[in-house]
Design a protein around this ligand. Structure first.
Ligand SMILES: Nc1ncnc2c1ncn2[C@@H]1O[C@H](COP(=O)(O)OP(=O)(O)OP(=O)(O)O)[C@@H](O)[C@H]1O
Ligand SMILES: [Mg+2]
Length: 591
C-alpha cells in the first residue's frame, strides 16, 4: 500500500470510530449551521436600523428591531455555548477512548514490544498525539463546516447588497491566503520546533535523573549541565522565533483585513456620495468583511494541521495495530505440581541469532534448582520463556507434563512467582507494594507473610514501617532490601513455582542473611528455581543447571559438578579465588 493510501485508510478507520458519536455530532453540526446562519443577520439588521430608522428619524418599530437584534445575539450566544460544549464533549470522549485503548494495548502486547521503545515516545503518543488527532479531525473539521457556511453566507449577502463593494472587500483575500499559507506554515513549524525542544529538555532531565549515580561517579555534572544549557538555549531561540513569527502572522492578518475595511469605506463612501448605496449598507459591509478573515485563516491553515494530525494518527495506530498480543486462552490449572522440563528448546530474540540452543533439563516437583552460568549465557532468557514472555523458536517447555503453550497464560503466571534481580517499587506504601502479589490480601495477611519470611522486623524498622512511602523509601532501599519486599510479594500469593534472580550487587552480611533466610522460607514446599550469581548458593540446591553460551553444558548436584571438573568447576574456582582475594584484601587492609 502506498503511503498516501495507508494514510487514507487510517483516516477512514478513524471516521468509522468517530461515528459512534454520531448523535453528538449531529447536534454539533446543527448548532454550527444554526449559529452560523443566525450570526449572519445582525450586521444586516444594523444596516436597516441606520438607513430606515436612525437617518430618517423613524421611531415606530425601532424598539422591535432592537429587540430582534438582541434576540439574535442571545440565540447566537446560546447556540455558541451548546456548540462549544458538544464539540468539546465529542473531542474529550474521543481522546479518552483513544488513550484507554492505547494504554490497554500497551499492557496486552508481548514484552518484546518494549525493548526498542523510549518511554518519552510512548508517553507522547498517549498524551500529545491523541490530542492533536482530536483537535484537528474533530474540532478542526467540525468548525470548518461553520467556516465554509460563513464564507458562502457572507459572500451571498454582500453580493446581494452591493456587487461593487463585494469586489472592493476582496482586495485582502489574496494577501490573506498568502500570509496564512506562507507565514502561517512557518509559524506552525516554529511552534512544532518549540515542542520538540521542550521534549529534548524533558529527556535530558529524565536521563539525568535515571543516571545520576553514573553522572556523579564519573564527574560528568558539567557535561550534563552543558547539554542542558545547550538545549535550553535552543528552546529559548526557538520560542523567540515562534513568538516573532506569531506576532508577524497575527499583525499581518490584522493589517490585511483592515485593508479590506479601508477599501470598503473608501469605495462605499464614494458610492454613498454619488447616492448609489446607503450608509447602512456600508456599515453592514464593514462588519461582514471582518467575518471573512477568521474562516479563511482556518481553512488556509488546515492543510498543514491535517498533515500533522495524519502523522499523529499513524503513530497512534502503530501501537493499536501492533500484532503481537498476549492471548489468554488454554488449559486452566488451579494448582501446579511444579515439574519443569525444557525439551530441545531453541530461541532467538532476533532472527538468525540463536540465544538458546538445544536446551534440555528436568526439574522435579518440589526440587530447588540453580541455573548458573557466565553473564549473557541465557539464564534470564530461560526464565522469560518459562513465564511465557516469549515463545521458543522450537522445542517444548513442559510444566507437569503439559506444554506451556497449551496452558492459559494468566493461570500459569498466577501459580509462578518471579522475583527479579532489580525490583521496581511502585509509588505507594510498602504494604501496597507487597499486596501487588495478592491485591485482596488484608494488612494482617501481609504482616503474617513477612513474619514467616523473617523480614517483619526489617520493615518495622523503616521510618513509618509498613506505611513507609515506597517511592521515597524505594530510592533509599538497597537492591537486597528491595528484593526482600519482592520476596514477600512472591510469597503472599502462595505460588507453586518460585523463580528468583539473585541480586548481583554485593549485599551487606546482615541483609544477605535476611535474604538467604527469606529465600529458604519462600521455597519450602514449592519448586524453586534460583538464578544463582554467587555459585555458593548452588550448594544448597538439589540440582544445578549450567548454561554457557545458550547451551546447557552440565546438569547435576553441586558435588557431582565439582568432581566432574568441567565448566562449573572452572567458574567456581574463578569466583572463589576472587572472593579469597577480596577477603585477603580486606584482612590486609585491617578490615
Ligand atoms: N530483548 C533482547 N533482544 C536481543 N537480544 C537479547 C535480548 N535480551 C537478551 N538478549 C541477548 O541474549 C543473550 C542472553 O541474555 P540473558 O539476559 O538471558 O543472559 P543472562 O544469562 O541472564 O546474563 P546475566 O547473568 O548477565 O543476567 C545475551 O547475549 C543478550 O545480549
Ligand atoms: Mg540475567
Amino acid at each position: 500500500m502506498s503511503d498516501q493510501a495507508k494514510k487514507q485508510s487510517l483516516v477512514l478507520r478513524f471516521i468509522k470510530e468517530f461515528l459512534v458519536y454520531r448523535k453528538y455530532t449531529a447536534i454539533a453540526v446543527m448548532t454550527i449551521i444554526l449559529g452560523t446562519i443566525v450570526s449572519l443577520y445582525p450586521p444586516y439588521i444594523l444596516g436597516i436600523a441606520i438607513d430606515e430608522y436612525l437617518i430618517v428619524g423613524r421611531v415606530e418599530g425601532f424598539l422591535a428591531l432592537s429587540l430582534m437584534y438582541l434576540a439574535l445575539i442571545l440565540i447566537q450566544w446560546l447556540v455558541q455555548m451548546v456548540r462549544g460544549y458538544t464539540i468539546e464533549l465529542i473531542g474529550q470522549k474521543m481522546v479518552y477512548s483513544l488513550r484507554m485503548r492505547l494504554f490497554s494495548k500497551l499492557l496486552q502486547t508481548k514484552i518484546g514490544f518494549y525493548k526498542d521503545k523510549y518511554v518519552g515516545d510512548i508517553v507522547s503518543r498517549i498524551v500529545n498525539d491523541t490530542t492533536t488527532i482530536v483537535d484537528v479531525f474533530v474540532s478542526g473539521l467540525l468548525n470548518i463546516i461553520g467556516d465554509i457556511i460563513t464564507i458562502i453566507g457572507v459572500f451571498i449577502i454582500m453580493f446581494t447588497l452591493s456587487q461593487i463593494l463585494t469586489l472592493a472587500s476582496m482586495i485582502s483575500i489574496p494577501p490573506l491566503i498568502f500570509i496564512s499559507m506562507y507565514l502561517g506554515a512557518k509559524m506552525r513549524l516554529a511552534h512544532r520546533s518549540v515542542r520538540g525542544r521542550i521534549g529534548g529538555l524533558t529527556s535530558i532531565v529524565e536521563e539525568t535523573y535515571s543516571g545520576i549515580d553514573a553522572i556523579k561517579s564519573f564527574n560528568r555534572e558539567k557535561a550534563f549541565i552543558g547539554k542542558f544549557i545547550n538545549e535550553s538555549m535552543n528552546t529559548m531561540k526557538a520560542s523567540i522565533q515562534a513568538a516573532v513569527l506569531s506576532g508577524l502572522y497575527w499583525s499581518s492578518t490584522g493589517f490585511v483585513s483592515t485593508l479590506s475595511s479601508i477599501a470598503v469605506l473608501l469605495v462605499g463612501g464614494y458610492l454613498v456620495f454619488i447616492e448609489m448605496i446607503s450608509i447602512g449598507t456600508v456599515i453592514a459591509f464593514t462588519q461582514y468583511v471582518g467575518r471573512f478573515m477568521g474562516p479563511i485563516n482556518n481553512i488556509a491553515g488546515m492543510y498543514d494541521r491535517l498533515q500533522q494530525a495524519l502523522a499523529s494518527l499513524e503513530r497512534v495506530y502503530e501501537i493499536l495495530d501492533f500484532p503481537e498480543v498476549e492471548e489468554d486462552k488454554g488449559i486452566e490449572l488451579k494448582k501446579l505440581k511444579g515439574e519443569v522440563v525444557f525439551d530441545d528448546v531453541w530461541f532467538e530474540y532476533e532472527k538468525g541469532v540463536p540465544v538458546l540452543k538445544n536446551v534440555n533439563f528436568h526439574i522435579r516437583s518440589g526440587e530447588l534448582a540453580a541455573i548458573v552460568g557466565p553473564t549473557g549465557a541465557g539464564k534470564t532468557t530461560i526464565v522469560n520463556l518459562l513465564l511465557k514472555f516469549y515463545e521458543p523458536t522450537s522445542g517444548r517447555i513442559l510444566i507437569d507434563g503439559i506444554n506451556i503453550k497449551e496452558i492459559k497464560r494468566s493461570c500459569l503466571r498466577n501459580r509462578i512467582s518471579y522475583v527479579p534481580q532489580e525490583v521496581y517499587l511502585f509509588p505507594g506504601t510498602i504494604l501496597d507494594n507487597i499486596r501487588i502479589g495478592k491485591p485482596d490480601a488484608t494488612d494482617k495477611e501481609v504482616i503474617e507473610v513477612c513474619r514467616k519470611l523473617g523480614i517483619h522486623e526489617f520493615i518495622e524498622k523503616l521510618p513509618k514501617g509498613y506505611y513507609a512511602d515506597a517511592g521515597e523509601a524505594g530510592k533509599r532501599l538497597s537492591v537486597g532490601e528491595r528484593q526482600l519486599i519482592a520476596i514477600a510479594r512472591a510469597m503472599l500469593r502462595d505460588p507453586d513455582i518460585v523463580i528468583l534472580d539473585e541480586a548481583t550487587s554485593s549485599i551487606d552480611p546482615y541483609t544477605d542473611e535476611l535474604l538467604r533466610n527469606a529465600i529458604k522460607n519462600l521455597m519450602v514446599g514449592r519448586t524453586g528455581i534460583i538464578i544463582a550469581h554467587r555459585l555458593a548458593t548452588a550448594r544448597s540446591c538439589d540440582r544445578v543447571v549450567v548454561v554457557n553460551e545458550g547451551v546447557v553444558g552440565e546438569v547435576g548436584t553441586f558435588d557431582e559438578l565439582l568432581n566432574k571438573k568441567g565448566i562449573f568447576y572452572k567458574l567456581y574456582q574463578a569466583q572463589m579465588s576472587r572472593t579469597i582475594e577480596l577477603e585477603y584484601g580486606y584482612q590486609y587492609a585491617g578490615l
